[in-house]
Design a protein around this ligand. Sequence first.
Ligand code: GLV
Ligand code: MN
Ligand code: MN
Length: 409
Amino acid sequence: MTYFDTLWDALEPIGRHAATGGYRRFAYDRAELTCREWFTSTAQAQGLEVETDRNGNLWAWWVPEGVDPLGEALVIGSHLDSVPDGGAFDGPLGVVSSFAALDAARRDGLSPTRPIAVAAFADEEGARFGIACAGSRLMTGQLHPDKARALVGRDGASMAEAMSSAGHDPAWLGRDDDRLSRIGTFVELHVEQGRGLIEQGAAVGVATSIWPHGRYRFTFRGVADHAGTTRMQDRHDPMLTYAATALAAGEHARRTDSRATFGRVEVEPNGTNAIPSVVRAWLDARAMDESSLGDLLDVITSRAHACAEADRTDVDVLVESVTAVLDFDVALRDRVAAAVSAEQGGAAVPALPTGAGHDAGILAAAGIETAMLFVRNPTGVSHSPNEHAEREDCHAGVEALTAVVKELA
Ligand code: GLV
Ligand code: MN
Ligand code: MN
């Protein structure tokens, strides 16, 4: 049993839903707070100094004697929260691997020239409040604190209220220049969320880029009425407008090799025998480049308006968040890949783009030198209980990250 295994086994049961096997760890809820306790006790057991920053992100610092504590740190980490019924690995693999890699590097006698921190960014999935990477966006000034404080989750609590009840003062939210000045380099290890590493027969790869992506809330409004007595031609049924919009989105995304997903829908009043008055549907849209993403959104929006006219309903579209394309720093990526390759005896290290968003992308967009490592996922599935990583590959990930820490520290 390795140190990674011990940490993994302690974290794994937290927030796992017995019926589905999926994880429900949402920002500042009980399960996520228990994950934070795991982070704190793990860090303290390693003699690291733990702090929660102004934006709810967790940090565990190792500042060896003689190293400037305000120097530009090497930061490794990921996130602990999940999507609804997410997999065990998306996020936690990076945090557990970071603790294990730091421990291994220290045992091997690493004597760094700069501080090293393990970080767990808050609310990466945005599953509770709607905006992905909220903690890293707030820290880097890419999300306005007033907007964040006012975000309301499905349970009716705002982010400000959720943070307060978890003991964090939401008045402190916002761009954190002191902290940003202390982050020299960020490396995030993450389970791969596709099949790139399976196809290339490698346990570990590096990231080249993140597709541009966005979240958009479509609100379709009609008129509630009786399902039995209202003739079809007399209806104003927003569900039909939503359905036609979702079909158009899927069709255009398929044709252009982009991605369009309506994964969350709310219906009012949500009665079997009542025509709905409102359908709220969240579109997650992603594409290879920004003009394709723009086209995708234009097509879906104009289709929604055309369908609304035909159905005599209304639609409005609210942009919740948009993230530009991100190309990771090539020099750092090459250096990271070379360190991993050397550790693996000269093996080729695949370089892969991804359609998934990450805190690493947010930090890189803020000008921080950033790289990512991916660990093979034999199912290729993510945001689902079927997401997986073999233990052997997790260990290969820890060894790769240990080599990277030694290289960059
Ligand atoms: C993050 O997991 C995303 O939705 O890309
Ligand atoms: Mn995710
Ligand atoms: Mn993730």
